[in-house]
Design a binder for this molecule. Structure first.
Ligand code: ADP
Ligand code: MG
Length: 481
């Protein structure tokens, strides 16, 4: 293990997120994943001479959405530049990217580290097009090229070099994935490459203020691998320093078969990409009104909901974190709590029986939205002691989800409502005490804890119908005779 008392790790992350638009950044070709290779490649994607690209405004809107959600400043004047280089899966010989004018500047993402909340500073979020894909593992002798992905809109989110552990990098990427999904701007699917991360890592002595030489690790296709690659690199770089080796600026790749990294190329200091504004694309100006209209449409963000639910509903940290993991679930909770005051109970129901039911049936929250009024009634029945929780979450819940109907009516029809009729409960109390003479004797000798056992027996005998409060009173009265 590396000596972290002496050294500090410095990490900056670049995340590429494919925007969930239907079509590409500069033409109408579809962006859907998994199509037959080279079927979404119009002459514009191929960069044929005489074709004219046109900017997809949805992609611009999505980039702004993400920027606003991260508190970035939105640049009003933008242009796209050509970044020139040769690569087999880059048919035009240049990538269209924003250069010195990223659409979103600065901003932050907060993470919940074990030591407390931390703020990760962003440098920028810019728009660019994706390249195609080179496939090395189909033919033993050839590299195959699929250009379907070429021209897909991406945002690239770049952090400042302000992350200091693999764990925080892990939390940051997790948070970004949650946020893009929350906003609906990217599906966040790392296995399909919709979200990709490059990690820049350096180490320095604790007292040092200048940055050390960095390495960049690419091809990190899961959040766990990002963490492993960074852990490995921190160890490796510190080892090099401790043994007097020299760190050279390199691009490295992660080998998931043994959790190590290997060098793919030494990086020259500055590549000259001969950037220049793309003459086929007009610079674009974003009006304040347009930016404000996107702001007005933003959904409540997890952090805002967290604060609201803590202050207004008094939910625990655990409940809040659970309910802000997934926007569909949060939306369901919001819709439900607009109609009930049993905030904590609704949270428990979602985290417990509702999730379990949706998982088992493989359905989503949208499909049970129409049941909310019946769920409101169900919480009231439990709260008023007319239904016990296990009957409510078992029989009654399933019935009202499968056929939306009043839980009160259903429970009445099925004879499931708890009774607070003393006569009825007394009958069960007497039977239970008569069946347990030994326990009754022990109770009378002072083992008062046995009351719980008697209540349980009455509950069983009544099939959950006996109101536990009245049961306890009647038992105590009977036992003190
Ligand atoms: P490049 O031109 O190599 O892509 P950038 O300056 O654009 O480098 O930075 C890319 C990422 O690397 C950013 O997230 C930045 O914070 C991070 N970074 C830059 N220098 C260092 C360093 N010495 N150590 C760790 N991360 C760094
Ligand atoms: Mg880079």
């Amino acid at each position: 293990m590396a000596n972290m008392d002496k050294y500090e790790a410095v990490i900056g992350l670049e995340i590429h997120a494919q925007l969930s638009t239907n079509s590409k950044l500069f033409c109408g070709d579809a962006t859907s994943f998994g199509a037959e290779p080279n079927t979404h490649i119009s002459p514009i994607t191929m960069g044929h001479p005489g074709t004219l690209p046109k900017t997809n405004t949805k992609a611009v809107e999505y980039a702004i959405k993400m920027g606003l959600a991260c508190g970035c400043a939105i640049a009003e004047d933008n242009y796209f530049a050509r970044k020139n280089y040769f690569y087999p899966d880059l048919p035009k010989g240049y990538q269209i990217s924003q250069h010195t004018t990223p659409i979103c500047v600065g901003g932050t993402v907060n993470i919940q580290a074990s030591e407390g909340e931390k703020t990760i500073q962003l440098n920028r979020i810019h728009l660019e097009e994706d390249a195609g894909k080179s496939i090395h593992d189909i033919s033993p002798t050839h590299t195959l090229i699929d250009l379907n992905r070429a021209g897909t809109p991406l945002i690239e989110m770049v952090t400042e070099p302000c992350i200091h552990s693999a764990e925080d990098a892990y939390l940051y990427v997790t948070e970004v994935r949650k946020l893009v999904r929350w906003l609906g701007v990217c599906d966040g699917n790392m296995e399909e490459g919709s979200l990709r991360c490059d990690a820049n890592i350096s180490v320095r002595l604790k007292a040092e203020t200048t940055l050390g030489t960095k390495v960049e690790v690419k091809n990190l296709n899961s959040i766990r691998n990002i963490k492993k690659a960074i852990e490995y690199e921190i160890d490796r770089l510190i080892q090099l320093k401790e043994t007097g080796g020299t760190i050279i600026q390199q691009t490295r790749s992660f080998d998931a078969s043994n959790d190590t990294t290997f060098s793919i190329r030494d990086k020259e200091d500055a590549n000259d990409y001969r950037y220049f504004p793309d003459p086929d694309l007009a610079p674009f100006h974003l009006t304040t009104d347009y930016i404000n209209s996107i702001k007005a449409d933003l959904p409540s963000l997890p952090n805002e909901l967290k604060k609201e639910w803590k202050d207004k509903f008094g939910l625990s940290e655990y409940d809040i974190n659970q309910l802000t993991e997934n926007k569909e679930e949060a939306d369901f909770y919001i819709a439900w709590t607009a109609q009930t005051k049993h905030y904590k109970a609704a949270a428990n129901w979602i985290i417990g029986p509702i999730r379990a039911y949706l998982n088992e049936k493989n359905i989503n929250y949208k499909s049970i939205e129409n049941v909310i009024p019946h769920l409101v009634e169900l919480l009231d029945l439990v709260d008023q002691g007319q239904l016990n929780f296990s009957v409510a979450s078992g029989k009654v819940f399933n019935a009202i989800i499968e056929t939306p109907q009043s839980p009160t009516q259903f429970a009445k029809d099925q004879n499931l409502l708890q009774t607070n009729s003393s006569d009825e409960i007394s009958g069960w109390v007497i039977q239970v005490l008569a069946a347990n003479p030994d326990k009754v004797a022990e109770y009378k000798k002072g083992k008062k804890g046995l009351i719980g056992l008697f209540v349980g027996e009455v509950k069983k005998m009544s099939k959950g119908k006996a109101d536990p409060k009245i049961t306890t009173q009647l038992l105590e009265a009977q036992l003190s005779k």
